[in-house]
Design a protein around this ligand. Structure first.
Ligand code: COA
Length: 193
């Protein structure tokens, strides 16, 4: 648990949940990442285009190399493995948005072959726990395209509250996107952990 002023996140890996292991991504995950992050349907509502091997290598060497968060504007992206088989089924992000406001954001991308088991919800819940209990955040948000019903369902299952609906606020990949903003406060977390 973070104490006031400490404010950093250095998890011990792997992070274990009921069915999953969360741990930093490595070059050995390249093919597994490519298997879902190269798919147009997976990328439709996320702020990146379908990736190729070079794009994945570049991210592994930069953003995804982080294993700790020591200041705002930093995030950790963790691979999500099935504990029983070791298969990589997706990845989750915790991003520290603001030191002053103690705000963070979560994100998640999963392989469609592993949809429908609650893995994204379970992994995202682990990221909320890291954000609230270990980094010491006050508030964690998630921003979802309204057309992305599966993602809105994940954050609702987590117990995050919808606070805003920003009608056609962004031209996103050639179409107007209506953004749903969800949030949870640290004081609300114990009821949902
Ligand atoms: C968003 C995304 C992760 C949601 O995937 P998902 O499989 O629907 O989500 P979960 O893994 O939490 O699974 C939930 C489903 O499993 C079911 N389920 C089964 N066992 C469960 C359990 N133990 N716990 C929770 N849900 C469970 C739920 O009922 C739900 O089923 P439903 O879709 O029929 O309602 C996925 O669609 C995705 O990766 N999309 C592309 C990337 C993306 O858009 N990311 C979000 C950007 S904001």
């Amino acid at each position: 648990m973070a104490t006031a002023g400490q404010l950093e996140l250095r998890p011990s890996y792997p992070i274990r949940t009921e069915r999953l292991l969360l741990r930093p991504l490595t070059a050995g995950d390249t093919s597994a990442l490519l298997a879902y992050r190269s798919r147009p349907e997976v990328c439709r509502y996320v702020p990146f285009e379908p990736m190729d091997r070079a794009g994945i290598a570049e991210r592994l060497a930069t953003y995804w190399a982080a294993t700790a968060i020591t200041d705002e504007k930093q995030g950790i992206t963790l691979g999500v493995e099935l504990a029983q088989t070791g298969e990589l089924v997706g990845d989750v992000l915790l991003y520290w948005v603001s030191r002053e406001h103690l705000g963070g954001e979560i994100g998640y991308v999963f392989h469609p072959d592993h949809a429908g088991h609650g893995y994204a919800t379970e992994a995202a819940r682990a990221m909320l726990r890291l954000g609230f209990e270990e980094l010491g955040l006050h508030r964690i948000t998630a921003r979802v395209d309204e057309r992305n019903g599966a993602s809105a369902a994940v954050v609702r299952r987590l117990g995050m509250r919808q606070e805003a609906r920003l009608v056609e606020n962004e031209m996103f990949k050639g179409e107007w996107s209506t953004e749903l903003d969800f949030a949870m406060l640290a004081t609300e977390w114990p009821a949902h952990r």
